[in-house]
Design a protein around this ligand. Structure first.
Ligand SMILES: Nc1ncnc2c1ncn2[C@@H]1O[C@H](COP(=O)(O)OP(=O)(O)OP(=O)(O)O)[C@@H](O)[C@H]1O
Length: 309
């Protein structure tokens, strides 16, 4: 899915004439800027127009609600049906990734995908409870990956303990996942990693989950006044809603069945500058976000090598 960001102040729509957006056909076409737009492609351009198709295309004037509804409705349905889901926004710096995921809380119209997802997930759970009698329990966790060294911080540890702690939580760590590893060929088991030990707090209502989201944002390194621009770009937040559901067995013997599914909502930063620097120094490698696509493809295809770094 693609969202076109609004043109910066002072940039007219003519300056954007290298781009034709067709939300109905879910495609965009890029023209050689030298030809000055789709009307003039015959005027000596060496480069033919390039068309790209998506599952959805949101033009520059699409509202936050349109973007949220178009991206998360299906994912939330799947999570309530028992599958894991993940939503993140990916792109160059300052193009509106955080705006799309978090939005602004000055009005309902500017809320982003994460707050909308919280509200819709609980609405769907309540409908499902009424319809099927299933019992649900939701928990929230939030972890930040920050800095060139990709430090992990449990963003809800302060709320969990009720005390103020500073710096990196000693609790949260990455570890090989024995279950996921067993399902993979032995060569890959070492690559299956899971975040462990982050605080998972009970969120019986959407309001409580939204409270945890606010607490997590406030706890982020990138929210601190002394955080510089580079640190802000290198701050990524993983906010997860863990949905546990239980049903009485139909056998009537009083047994229960159920399981857990997770909705991961991720606010990615952008490591653009860190790429050059870390390659020079050879430490704290942070790949460009465009490399993320290769990581996802490798995981989905079960590749032996996952190009994390
Ligand atoms: N669709 C939009 N409508 C209104 N304002 C927007 C929109 N997209 C982005 N902005 C504004 O543009 C600015 C940059 O957006 P944002 O911080 O979300 O970018 P980003 O891609 O997350 O940046 P970074 O790479 O630093 O993480 C913000 O002030 C944001 O409010």
């Amino acid at each position: 899915m693609l969202r076109i960001c609004p043109a910066p102040a002072g940039v007219t729509s003519e300056s954007n004439s290298f781009l034709k957006v067709d939300p109905r056909k879910k495609q965009i076409t890029l023209f050689d800027p030298a030809t000055n737009g789709p009307q003039n492609t015959t005027r000596g351009s060496q480069v033919p127009p390039k068309m790209f198709a998506f599952d959805a295309v949101f033009p520059h004037d699409a509202s936050q609600a349109e973007v949220s509804a178009g991206t998360v409705a299906e994912v939330i349905q799947s999570v309530v049906d028992g599958a894991d889901g993940c939503v993140f926004c990916f792109g160059h710096t300052k193009l509106g990734k955080s705006y799309t995921m978090m939005g602004k809380d000055d009005s309902m119209q500017t809320l982003g995908i994460i707050p909308c997802s919280i509200s819709w997930l609980f609405k769907l759970i309540n409908e499902r409870k009424e319809k099927t009698g299933a019992r649900f329990s939701v928990r929230a966790s939030a972890v930040e990956v920050w800095g060139k060294d990709e430090k992990l911080k449990d963003l809800l540890s302060e709320v969990a303990t009720g005390s103020l702690q500073d710096g990196q939580s000693p609790g949260v760590y990455l570890c090989e996942d024995p279950i996921c590893g067993m399902q993979m060929p032995s060569t890959q088991s070492a690559l299956a990693k899971q975040l462990q030990n982050q605080s998972e707090l009970r969120a019986p209502t959407a309001e409580k989950a939204a409270f945890f989201l606010d607490a997590a944002i406030a706890s982020r390194r990138s929210s601190k006044p002394d955080c510089d621009e580079e640190e802000q770009r290198n701050s990524h937040m993983l906010f997860t809603l863990h949905v546990y559901q239980y049903r009485m067995d139909k056998s009537g013997k009083g047994g229960m069945s159920g399981g857990r599914s997770r909705l991961h909502l991720i606010d990615l930063g952008s490591c653009v500058k860190a790429l050059g620097k870390s390659r020079d120094s050879g430490a704290g490698l942070c790949l460009s976000l465009s490399a993320l696509g290769n990581v996802i493809l490798a995981l989905v295809n079960g590749s032996k090598h996952i190009p994390y770094k």
